[in-house]
Design a binder for this molecule. Structure first.
Ligand SMILES: [Zn+2]
Length: 483
């Protein structure tokens, strides 16, 4: 049977050397004379990398925007968009991507017909970050202020949200009259809200035991009242929508998924600029590295990245890592169950999510024998209870990839008297049965509205992921003992 692949858009053919930004990850320093020359060459690459990372973060205030940014990058590099609602039968070799529910994305390249059963280099990260989500009927009037009711999304640190310039972004469904429903991304891109702290004069014990009530203390202020009736929030959204999409000028707003975000852009920090502070580094740093490695790698390997929404709330959703998204894509690429299992058994999945570096003020919170430092390379995460999917096989493979990429790496394990976090690695491993390693760039202040990393670690991650996507089959699989 001849089938038409479900291509959603037609782009230029997959180029051998895609145009656009190609981040340089090769040190290529052998011809340089001195270690100082080599250091300067590497720093130029790192500066180029950080500029690109900062741009990606600025364009990605929500998981929806991160997915749109990812799709743009892939399309610019010749990846063709697939529609889940159309047959993929007969898909020829090439680069493709598919988006589910506007906030999760899978991109893959097929170097040959799927029937060849070649192994797949797979990696995953998550598009969402903890934050404040605006309630469906958010407008509140209190003492001359107009405020927005919000829900907590994920395990956010609450205190850093006070006294920030907050903007609003997300997606909106709308319609004009009885026309079909449309969905659009919006971003206010200005300081639309603030959550003022309570002055210390009104709470003398604020620095000792201030408790933050999630229902009453974190309600953002968006304007002062003028004595009239409260504003219609949907009308506020409609005006913003119409400013971005003129065709929505007469729209009725039907529903929205809107979040608050910090307007402060990413920047380098520290006297020697070895630090980076930015919002949503967990886990946009990893999404960015996977995307750039994907499009920088040669097209002679089968590789796949999955960027999942909903990791911060448990991953159980239609597009989360505990849902069927990845499995369904693999089943469509390999309809023969026996072939699919052979491919999975020879493949490797690298789950990439940031890791906890030792905080100098709270070093006792870390296992003393597994100190994780900034600018010391990707972190391999271990947990005996499989909260991380890493084992000796997958850790060994990743460590060898780091050696091949000429970068350092380090290990993390949680203290026995503390509960380990988790990520999409174990869920993906359990869903499809693929050997998996959990890794990530080290960072401080995870789940704060502003997080801190070293300036080299994202670039190290990009280097090893590029090495992984170009690795020989023998470097992504370890035979059983005796074989
Ligand atoms: Zn994360």
């Amino acid at each position: 049977m001849t089938c038409t692949p479900g291509l959603k858009r037609v782009h230029t053919p997959y180029p051998a050397n895609p145009s656009g930004v190609i981040l340089r990850t090769d040190n290529n320093t052998n011809t340089l004379n001195t270690s100082a020359d080599k250091r300067i060459a590497v720093m130029e690459h790192v500066t180029e990398y950080l500029d690109d990372l900062f741009s990606f973060i600025r364009r990605s205030p929500t998981a929806y925007h991160a997915t749109a940014s990812a799709a743009d990058h892939l399309a610019q590099h010749g990846f063709q968009r697939l529609d889940e609602a159309v047959s993929w039968c007969g898909l020829p070799p090439g680069p493709y991507y598919v988006v589910r529910n506007d906030a999760s994305l899978i991109a893959f390249t097929l170097s040959s017909e799927p029937q060849a059963g070649l192994p797949m280099r797979m990696a995953g990260a998550h598009t969402d970050s903890p934050g404040l989500k605006i309630k469906p009927n958010p407008i509140q009037m209190h003492h001359g202020y107009i405020q927005l009711g919000v829900e907590m999304y994920g395990g956010l640190l609450l205190a850093p949200w006070f006294d920030r310039n907050l903007s609003i972004a997300g997606r909106v469904t709308w319609a004009c009259g009885t026309a079909p429903v449309r969905c659009s991304l919006i971003d206010f891109k200005r300081a639309a809200a603030v959550i003022p702290s309570l002055a210390i004069h009104l709470d003398r014990e604020a620095n000792e035991k201030r408790h933050i009530d999630k229902q009453t203390d974190l309600v953002p202020v968006i304007m002062l009242t003028d004595g009239a009736s409260p504003p219609d929030f949907n009308e506020i959204i409609r005006k913003e929508l119409a400013s971005q999409y003129p065709e929505a000028a007469t729209a009725t707003i039907l529903a929205s998924d809107l979040f608050l975000y910090d307007l402060q852009p990413p920047c380098r920090a520290g006297l020697n600029s070895e630090l980076v502070t930015a919002p949503r580094l967990d886990n946009l740093l990893s999404c960015h590295a996977l995307l750039r490695a994907m499009t920088a790698s040669a097209d002679n390997r089968n590789r796949l990245i999955v960027l999942n929404n909903h990791e911060e709330i448990g991953s159980l959703s239609m597009a989360g890592a505990q849902g069927p998204f990845l499995r369904s894509v693999l089943q469509r690429l390999y309809p023969d169950p026996d072939l699919l299992q052979r491919v999975i058994a020879r493949s490797l999945f690298i789950s990439v999510d940031n890791a906890h570096a030792v905080h100098p003020n709270f070093a006792a919170k870390h296992d003393p024998d597994h100190p994780v430092g900034l600018n010391q390379g990707p972190v391999i995460k271990f947990n005996a209870a499989q909260r991380y999917a890493t084992d000796a096989i997958t850790a060994g493979l990743f460590r060898q990839l780091c050696t091949m990429a000429d970068i350092p790496c380090q290990e993390f394990v949680m203290r026995n008297d503390m509960i380990s976090g988790s990520t999409i690695g174990p869920l993906t491993a359990a869903e499809i049965g693929v050997p998996t390693v959990d890794v990530g760039a080290p960072q401080l202040a995870m789940h704060s509205i502003r997080e801190t990393i070293g300036h080299l670690d994202g670039w190290y991650l990009l280097k090893v992921m590029t090495t992984f996507f170009g690795a020989e089959d023998s470097h992504i699989h370890c035979p059983e003992p005796g074989l």
